[in-house]
Ligand binder design. Sequence first.
Ligand code: COA
Length: 331
Amino acid sequence: MRYANILATGRYVPEKVLTNADVERIIGEPVDAWLQQNVGIKQRHLMADNQVTSDLCVEAAKQAMERAGVKPQDLDLIIISTDTPDYLSPATASAVQAKLGASNAGTYDINAACAGWVTALDVASKTIAADDSYQRILVVGAYGMSRYINWKDKKTCTLFADGAGAVVLGASDKPGFMGAKLLAAGEYHDALGVYTGGTYRPATAQTLELTNGKPSVQFVRKFPATFNTERWPMLLKQLLERAKLTMNDVDHFVFTQLNLRTIEATMKVLEQPMSKTNWTMDKWGYTGSACIPMTLDDAVVQGRIKKGDLVALCASGGGLAMASALYRWTA
Ligand SMILES: CC(C)(COP(=O)(O)OP(=O)(O)OC[C@H]1O[C@@H](n2cnc3c(N)ncnc32)[C@H](O)[C@@H]1OP(=O)(O)O)[C@@H](O)C(=O)NCCC(=O)NCCS
């Protein structure tokens, strides 16, 4: 049997910091107390004017590849998960391939909004298991959402941030990857996202007026407040049952980092201590498709994930897309 193993992780956090106080100065309204109490965000990082999403990917990828001892030419495939690409077309993965000099790698992007990176990890892991011509795959989650922020919209400009996280996967006869479960509630596809710039509403002078002059991320309509706290435990339970494991077997959980209160409520439902999870929205804001690999890397760097540990990843995002995966840590 061939299994995918995570050889190493990496991340890139852009230099520029915007604290809650900085955001208050921009929007002219107090938001710090609300953000800390309701979602746990204290500050966020934004990319520089001369950076694009592929640049964030390259920095995170270089760190993961250096730690894995993998050279650009060793990569067979590069998968980028993002819903804030360099261009509508072609794929950001091609720009990353060129910038890394990974000339032997195939490339494509996966967009499942903020559930995209766990989805990409699932696809990459199964590719390694199914086809022995794939030995090394780079899987990057990247978010350049600051380019799509309407700074007049308090409900979005306070949350979203930029960053990237990456893993290098390698083939092994030991598992590694132990399964994934994807699900979507497509009836909410029009609830949150960037709705201008595609075929539905092309970017024209008229349509751009709707979002302060540029395609912007929007919360259009609400979905139930309990959406994640109901679905995350259900996804994880199904995943663990299939692997003949229980919630108590999991050593570390990594969740989508939009709302710390949601993570606390989920851990309570799972009857697991908060010491079995970590969070990064306090220092990095909400980094969407990048938040799971960035937070995974944060746990690894802090020594909170060790060889032999069982790690459960659980994501949700616009769409509403959801993805969960189980990995035995072998690095
Ligand atoms: C986004 C989320 C944090 C907003 O919280 P909420 O309690 O639903 O907030 P509401 O929109 O009901 O707003 C209630 C009040 O809180 C305040 N508020 C809401 N969002 C705010 C923000 N981002 N910053 C500051 N204040 C905010 C406002 O005062 C608002 O009152 P108003 O509408 O009269 O102005 C919450 O709905 C959530 O966690 N959703 C999950 C999203 C998710 O998982 N998405 C998947 C990944 S993208």
